[in-house]
Every structure is written in structure tokens, then in C-alpha cells.
Design a binder for this molecule. Structure first.
Ligand code: GLS
Length: 801
């Protein structure tokens, strides 16, 4: 948009006066941020209205991306960037004597997601708007986001994240679009005069779903899409019904907190209520919008695509069926055809515990009408498929089985498309996790490799690198990130490689300053910044990284005079509060950090920093500084990973197993530019098949490994007698479920190679450049374009191949 500095300054001062009734000099950064947010929302109001109007007027097919998590990160800078007003606003604020960085920091980072899954949904929202596609988000407006993590005596402690305390500058409450969601009670089918059956509800608990909309601004294209988050409230109460405190609390609880789990099913009935709540409200509002503009539902799938992001929103399937059958008198077959043509499903993990299943009793009690519909879907599925595929396979895959509602199977059966998030992951879905359903519906399965919001991870997070890139290849890559490939022309340009190293140094210094200020630890910027940032989970193997630190420590202690390449090991990770083992890993790494960081023999050769409260904002600080990107999951377990892509784009070299999207990163940047190690997915499945992995054998055959692992149970690391034993036992007593010991030697070899290679700055920067240049292909712009073409069949208007 066009904006002159004088205009902006005037508007901003007026906004401050109108909202806070004080002079600018008396405002806090929070007030400055809120005023700026409101102003930018207002500037964008016209484009948001125009976008919605034009979708309606042209009857454009719209995508609704249903996700129980959205992790958007702070919006101020990305909205300014996408509107093209960054320079004007920054200059205006500077001339008013304000500190832009402080204003940016005042914005709360909405933690409405756990990790990759929620962050991916947010990246896709940005990209859908940016490629000019009609894509809306649908989720939950949690009152409290993911817990704030602090460390006390090295242990993780969880504090509430009261992110709405000062209000939310970007949202619009739309009470007039609210709808009722029904839970519990009794339902029976009553014969109507025309002979048809209609459900009658009795004693239900009704909840009002109120939408809060946030405009998602496209990159330089005057498109603004909508992210709609639902909040649970008391229904309008004309009859003045009495609500007990308990009833009020029950309603309040639905959208109170985000479940702090990742890749893990949470079995509580509140979670099921959350899932139905936003699925039902979302589908109701879609149907209402559609019905206001169309007379028949026959062409619904030509106008609406509903995407099921992981199994949590699967109830959109029976909910759309319910509305079509009960409210629009649609015959079953037509309703089913409309529903399956509308729905598509992405699976995000092969971890068995994450395939959601609900006990039938609980499900039926909470959602009686939806259960009837699922029963009928189940009955018809069995009747249809058993004669062709046999009873066994149908029993294994039907929506109802073993006394449970099996959400992943329902999602596959009720959708026309099922995709994994990286080629290996999709193959594993076909071969293993969903193999039976793949046999029945081969045509539904496809791969859509994940992508990231490049502009956030480069133009916002890494401005020095962006400037350097722009100075060489111009700015066209901002809208078409594959053009980063043009940087390859500079691979032998020593001056450019030096500049690249200088940029890295600036970013390392920025992180070092933060670590000094927040943690009181001094780190040197000529050290290797070896970064592992992701949720804490056994399969992600932070333990392997921990063993390497012990090894390096013992090595320096053994031979203090030996020259070493200095290294800083940087972690960021939250553990689910109920995930005991993960919390023990945090404690041990923190204890190890204490030992290493305070040992005079070690000095600044080796440092360990576990930065608390990792989230999107800290990612923006850490990622640009990384030299090494640790992507060390047990092969086959990480569906894709997305921090691997963000780190690559920022010039980090991957130290990686052949897992998830690591494989694609390695292929894109070239093997010689990464450090690859460990078992392959085939090796891992081989062990499963033969059942012959013996961790103890590996341990006994490697004296160095013994020394390192034993350090967990001797008193070398103070204060971890319980946690150290727990990890030791997981490796030796319980036979090392994630093959940490099997991969140890190979991993160490690569770490040693890294230490050696890092000394040759030019060669290192060349590898770094190869990663940056090849990373454009992982932009979410391309990912959503592929979804649009292959799955949703919706148009977009930026050409992306
Ligand atoms: C996840 C996977 O674990 C990640 O590998 C993947 O990158 C992400 C987005 O597809 O989804 N699944 C999950 O439940 N949490 C994730 O981060």
C-alpha cells in the first residue's frame, strides 16, 4: 500500500491520543505496539473487505484449513512487510524518538500450537494469501497458549501464558456470526408426516461458539484472507435458564487451554469436546455462508474445500453429513458424495500413539447424533468393502473397532485425498501405518512436502543476510524464492563468501548478547554454533546430542592442551508437562551445561546453552546464527521436520539422518554440503522385522561409548542421580527404543569432521551458500500451490512452478 511518512506520523499520534488519552512521551512500548497494531489493521481494512467481497461476488472456490493449532508468531513485522510499509513506519517511529525493537518485543507471541504442526498451519495461511488463493483458517482461540517454560534448578517448570492480557490488536470479534454447538443429552429419530426420520434432541448442553477473525495479509498483492478462531461462551439466555458455576466452567474450559502435547494423543474428554467444538462451528459457518448464496448443495464441492490438518478436525466429516441430512434433507448417498468430495486429510506423524482413538462410550455420550452418523458410515463401509477385500482387512480399518472410534481411519474413508508431508513419510504411510487403507483406496494417497514461510525466516529474522542477497541478485526472490538459486553464481567469489561469514557473525553476536543478558553465559562467536531446536521427544534424540557433549567434555579433560575447534551447543525445547522422560533429558542437559560452563579446564572451548521458552520468536533469533542444524531423529520417525528447512535457508549445514525432509534437503543442496549419518529407515525396519537389535552389544563393543554412557550414572554430572539412571536404563535396560547407541559412532565421526571442516572458512561458507541457494524450493508458497492444484482444485494468481 501507499503510505507517506507524514501521514503515518499523524495517524499514529492520533491513534495514541484516541486510545490512551496520553501524550506519546508517556506511553509504554506495549501501548505503542497496540496503537500501531490497531492502525495497521485499520489501514488494511479496505483490502480485507474487498477480498471477502470479491470472493463472494465471483463465487470463488474457497479452502478452509481446519487445524487445532496455529502458531503464527508475532504479526507486526510480517504485516508491515506484506503491506510494503516497513521502511516508512520504521522511519516514522524513529523520527518520533521511539525504539522499534522494543515495540516489536512488546507484542505477545501467540502460542496457539505446540510445534511443527501448528507452525506449518500458520506458514500455509501466509502463503495462501501471498499466492492470491482464497484460503481461510479455522481453529480455536485458546485463552491461554502453550505454557511458558522456565528452568528452576535445571528442571522445567510450566507457567501460564496469558497472551490476551492486554487484548489482541489484530482480531475482530464477530458475535453476529456466532453459532450453537450441541453436546450430550439424548437424541432419537422421529418419524415425520412425509415418512422421513428427523432427530429430536433432549437435554443437550449447548455452547455458543463466537468467532474472532484475524486478517492474513498477502505479500504485496492486496489480498487479505481470514483466520477464524472460535471461543466458547454461554449461549444467549432469553429464558433466563439457571447455569450453575460448574456448567459455566464446563463451557469456559472448552477454549481455555491448548493441550501441551505433540505427536501424542491426549485421551481426555475435554480434548474431544475441543475437537467437535471447532469442527462443528467451522462447518456450520461454511454451510451458512454457502446456503446464503446458493440454492442447491449439489455443487458444494466445486465451491468449498475443507482440509483436515491431522486427525483433530476429523469430525468435520460426520458434522457436514449431519447438517446435510438433518437440516437440508439430503439423501445419504448424495450427502456422502458431497462430503467426501469436499474433504481432504493430511497425516503428520507415524507415531502410533498419535493416531487418535476415542472410547465409544465416551464418544457416544458426548456426541450422540454424531455417533449415530459414524455408526452408519461404519456399517456402509463394512458392507461395501468386505465382499471385495475380505472381512479381516475391513475389521482392521473400519471407523469403529476395538470399542473405539478410530479417527485416522474415519479421516481416510471420508476424504478424497490423503497426504503425507515428505516423500519418505508418504511411503511409510502406504507401506506401514495406513497400508490396509492404501490397498483399498490407492488413488487417494499422495505426497505434499512441507514448506516454510521464507519471508518470515529471511526478510524478518535475518535482515543482514537478506540485504546481502538483494545486493547480488535483486529482490525478485522475495516473491519467487526458487530464484535464490541464482546465488550459486557466487560460489567461487571469495569476497561474497567473506561477506556471508560476516553476516553470520553479526547474527551470532545478536544471539550471544541475548544469552549473556538472559542467562549470564558468555559465548564466543568464532565457535561452531551447533543448534538443536524442536520439541523434546525421545525419537528426536536430544540424548544423542547430549552424549556428544559428554564425549567432547571428557576429551578436553583428558587432554587439556590439545587444540580444539570451539563449540557452543545450543538447545531450545519444551517437554509436554506429563512427559516424564523428556523432562529428565532437560534436567540432565542443564546439569551438564552447569558442569561444562563452569569448569576452568574447559574455558571457552566448549559451552552448552539450553535457552528457555523456545518458540517462534526465539526461533527468529537463534536460527540465523546457526552453523550446524541438528536433525538427528531415528530414521522413519520424523514425518518431515520444518526447522531443518528454516536453518538451511539461513545457511546452516545439516547434521542429519536420512529421515523426513532431511532426505530432500540433502538431495537439493548436494550430499557434500551436509553431514549425513546413521541407520536408514530400511535399516530400522529391518531391526523391527528381525527383532535382533541389542543395545548392550553395541555398548560393550565400544569403550569410548561406555565411558560416555557411564557418565550418566557415576557422579561426574552433579545432581542427576535419578534422571541420569533413567536415561541410562532407557539405553541399556530397555534396549534403546530409538537406536541412539546404534547411531552413536557414525554421529561422532561426523561431529569430528565438522570440527575439522569448520576451520576452513571459505570452504565452509561455500557449503553454507549451497544450502541457501537450494532452499527456495522449500518455500510454503510452492507447497500450497501444489495443494491448490492437486487436492483443492482452487485457483491462485501467482505463477509458481
Ligand atoms: C509433526 C511432525 O512431527 C513433523 O515432523 C512435521 O514437520 C510437522 C508438520 O508436518 O508435523 N506432527 C506432529 O504431530 N507435530 C509435528 O510437528
Amino acid at each position: 500500500m501507499e503510505l507517506k511518512e507524514a501521514q503515518f506520523t499523524k495517524d499514529f499520534i492520533n491513534e495514541i491520543r484516541a486510545t490512551y488519552a496520553v501524550d506519546l512521551k508517556d506511553t509504554s512500548p506495549m501501548e505503542q505496539y497496540m496503537a500501531l497494531g490497531h492502525l495497521i489493521k485499520r489501514y488494511n481494512g479496505e483490502s480485507w473487505t474487498d477480498t471477502s467481497r470479491s470472493y463472494r461476488k465471483n463465487d470463488v472456490k474457497q479452502v478452509y484449513y481446519f487445524s487445532i493449532e496455529f502458531l503464527p508468531g508475532r504479526l507486526l513485522q510480517s504485516n508491515m512487510l506484506n503491506l510494503g510499509i516497513t521502511d516508512v513506519v520504521k522511519k516514522g517511529l524513529k523520527n518520533l524518538g521511539l525504539n522499534f525493537d522494543k515495540i516489536v518485543q512488546a507484542e505477545p507471541d501467540p502460542g496457539l500450537g505446540n510445534g511443527g504442526l501448528g507452525r506449518l498451519a500458520a506458514c500455509y495461511m501466509d502463503s495462501m494469501a501471498s499466492i492470491g488463493m482464497a484460503g481461510n483458517g479455522n481453529g480455536i482461540r485458546y485463552r491461554y497458549g502453550l505454557f511458558k517454560q522456565v528452568f528452576m534448578n535445571g528442571y522445567q517448570v510450566e507457567l501460564p501464558d496469558d497472551w490476551l492480557r492486554n487484548g489482541n490488536a489484530w482480531e475482530v470479534r464477530r458475535e453476529n456470526r456466532a453459532c450453537l454447538v450441541r453436546f450430550g443429552g439424548h437424541v432419537w429419530l422421529q418419524e415425520q408426516p412425509d415418512g422421513s426420520l428427523k432427530p429430536v434432541y433432549d437435554h443437550t448442553d449447548d455452547v455458543l461458539a463466537v468467532p474472532y477473525d484475524t486478517g492474513i495479509i498477502g505479500y504485496h498483492n492486496v489480498v487479505t484472507n481470514t483466520l477464524r478462531l472460535w471461543s466458547a461462551e454461554l449461549p444467549p439466555n432469553e429464558e433466563q435458564t439457571y447455569y450453575s458455576q460448574e456448567q459455566r466452567d464446563n463451557i469456559d474450559d472448552i477454549t481455555k487451554v491448548l493441550y501441551p502435547d505433540d505427536s501424542n494423543a491426549e485421551g481426555r474428554s475435554l480434548r474431544l469436546r475441543q475437537e467437535y467444538f471447532f469442527s462443528s462451528a467451522g462447518v456450520q459457518s461454511i454451510v451458512r455462508h454457502y446456503a446464503a448464496n446458493h440454492t442447491s448443495f449439489k455443487h458444494f464441492p466445486q465451491k468449498v474445500a475443507i482440509h483436515i490438518n491431522d486427525t483433530h478436525p476429523t469430525l468435520v466429516i460426520p458434522e457436514l453429513m449431519r447438517i446435510l441430512l438433518d437440516e437440508y434433507d439430503c439423501p445419504w448417498n448424495l450427502a456422502w458424495q458431497i462430503t467426501t468430495s469436499t474433504m481432504s486429510y493430511t497425516n503428520h506423524t507415524i507415531m502410533q500413539e498419535a493416531l487418535e482413538k476415542w472410547p465409544i462410550d465416551m464418544f457416544r455420550g458426548l456426541l450422540p447424533r454424531i455417533y449415530q452418523i459414524v455408526e452408519e458410515i461404519d456399517r456402509r463401509y463394512r458392507a461395501d468393502k468386505a465382499p471385495v477385500f475380505g472381512q479381516n482387512i475391513v475389521d482392521r480399518t473400519a471407523p469403529l473397532g476395538d470399542g473405539q472410534v478410530r479417527m485416522a481411519y474415519l479421516a481416510v474413508i471420508g476424504s478424497h485425498s490423503v497426504n503425507g508431508v515428505a516423500p519418505l513419510h508418504t511411503e511409510l504411510l502406504k507401506k506401514d501405518v495406513l497400508a490396509d487403507l492404501y490397498r483399498i483406496y490407492p488413488e487417494k494417497f499422495n505426497n505434499k512436502t512441507n514448506g516454510i514461510a521464507d519471508r518470515r525466516w529471511l526478510e524478518i529474522a535475518n535482515q543482514p543476510l537478506t540485504k546481502l542477497i538483494d545486493s547480488k541478485i535483486g529482490k525478485k526472490w522475495h516473491a519467487n524464492p526458487k530464484l535464490l538459486q541464482e546465488l550459486s553464481a557466487y560460489e567461487n567469489d571469495d569476497k561474497f563468501l567473506k561477506q556471508l561469514a560476516e553476516v553470520k557473525k553479526i547474527n551470532k553476536q545478536r544471539l550471544a548478547d541475548y544469552v549473556q543478558a538472559e542467562m549470564g553465559i558468555t559465548i564466543r562467536t568464532d565457535a561452531i554454533f551447533d543448534v538443536q531446536i524442536k520439541r523434546l521427544h525421545a525419537y528426536k534424540r536430544q540424548v544423542l546430542h547430549m552424549l556428544e557433549i559428554i564425549r567432547e567434555y571428557l576429551e578436553i579433560k583428558r587432554n587439556p592442551d590439545q587444540a580444539v575447534t570451539p563449540r557452543v551447543h545450543i538447545f531450545g525445547a519444551k517437554a509436554a508437562p506429563s512427559y516424564h522422560y523428556a523432562k529428565s533429558v532437560i534436567k540432565v542437559i542443564n546439569a551438564l551445561a552447569d558442569l561444562v560452563n563452569n569448569d576452568p579446564d574447559i574455558g571457552d572451548k566448549l559451552k552448552v546453552v539450553f535457552i528457555p521458552n523456545y518458540g517462534v520468536s526465539l526461533g527468529e533469533l537463534i536460527i540465523p546464527s546457526a552453523d550446524i542444524s541438528e536433525q538427528i531423529s531415528t530414521a522413519s520417525k520424523e514425518a518431515s521436520g520444518t526447522s531443518n528447512m528454516k536453518l538451511m535457508t539461513n545457511g546452516a549445514l545439516s547434521l542429519a539422518t536420512m529421515d523426513g525432509a532431511n532426505i530432500d534437503i540433502i538431495r537439493a543442496a548436494g550430499k557434500k554440503n551436509e553431514y549425513i549419518f546413521g541407520l536408514t529407515a530400511n535399516d530400522v525396519y529391518g531391526y523391527y522385522r528381525r527383532n535382533d537389535y541389542c543395545a548392550r552389544k553395541v555398548y560393550e563393543s565400544n569403550p569410548e561409548l561406555q565411558r560416555v554412557v557411564n557418565a550418566l550414572i557415576t557422579n561426574l554430572i552433579p545432581g542427576i542421580s535419578t534422571e541420569g539412571h533413567e536415561i541410562y536404563d532407557s539405553l541399556l535396560k530397555y534396549n534403546d527404543e530409538y537406536f541412539v547407541l546404534a547411531d552413536y559412532a557414525d554421529y561422532v565421526k561426523q561431529q569430528e569432521q565438522i570440527a575439522q571442516d569448520f576451520q576452513d572458512t571459505t570452504t565452509w561458507q561455500k557449503k553454507s551458500l549451497a544450502n541457501i541457494a537450494a532452499s527456495g524450493t522449500f518455500s510454503a508458497d510452492y507447497s500450497v500451490a501444489r495443494y491448490a492444484e492437486d487436492i483443492w482444485q482452487v485457483p491462485y494468481n501467482r505463477i509458481l512452478k
